[in-house]
Design a protein around this ligand. Structure first.
Ligand SMILES: CC(C)(COP(=O)(O)OP(=O)(O)OC[C@H]1O[C@@H](n2cnc3c(N)ncnc32)[C@H](O)[C@@H]1OP(=O)(O)O)[C@@H](O)C(=O)NCCC(=O)NCCS
Length: 165
């Protein structure tokens, strides 16, 4: 599988892939594809990577800037991340996450946050930090990975593109 930055001609497939991946997820309100579109529209899709197997896009991951205490200071949010249902559990999501995190580091990012299952994301080094808060979800699902210390304290906000629907 090749991992590369999205191209214009990938956009419709990314939309379909994102909708398919989140379709049956109980925690989802199926706004994820619209979020990716809105991030792109607002020039806030800092990193948008696709996994390509042969001629087919098999996965996608997005990263966008977040604020901490209303300041944008080198922190980013991971997600949405999507793999076609029939291609899940083959390492595609992990490869996208690892490559995306490396690209963030290369950009000089200080760290990354996400909302997701700690059982999955702890393998990439993500952990909960009671000092870093996101009020719209249960605390155990909000995790962070520090690239450059010190670890920040305060309230995290995602880009307004996440306020869909
Ligand atoms: C989450 C997702 C991107 C992971 O991609 P993937 O290619 O299936 O994952 P990988 O093959 O790299 O990793 C598989 C491992 O992750 C686990 N895993 C996958 N999704 C998980 C989830 N949502 N919660 C907990 N564990 C998960 C698998 O059980 C497997 O565990 P193992 O390695 O111990 O066997 C993919 O499953 C997906 O698109 N899911 C639907 C959309 C979604 O939930 N996105 C993330 C929102 S936070």
């Amino acid at each position: 599988m090749e991992l590369r930055t999205e191209r214009k001609e990938d956009i419709e497939t990314i939309r379909q892939l994102t909708n398919a991946a989140f379709k049956d997820m109980p925690f989802s309100n199926q706004t994820e594809a619209a979020i990716v579109d809105a991030l792109r529209y607002h020039d806030a899709l800092t990193i948008s990577l696709v996994g390509v197997d042969g001629d087919n896009i098999v996965g996608h991951i997005a990263f966008s800037p977040v604020t901490i205490n209303n300041l944008e200071d080198g922190w980013y949010g991971l997600g949405p991340v999507s793999v076609w249902p029939d291609r899940q559990k083959q390492g595609i999501g992990s490869a996208l996450i690892r490559e995306g995190l490396q690209k963030l580091k290369d950009l000089g990012a200080k760290g990354c946050v996400l909302l997701g299952d700690p059982n999955y994301y702890s393998r990439f080094g993500f952990e909960c930090d009671p000092e870093l808060k996101y009020t719209d979800a249960p605390a155990e699902y909000f995790q962070r990975l520090v690239f450059i210390t010190p670890a920040p304290k305060g309230a995290v906000k995602y880009h307004s593109a996440f306020e869909q629907g």
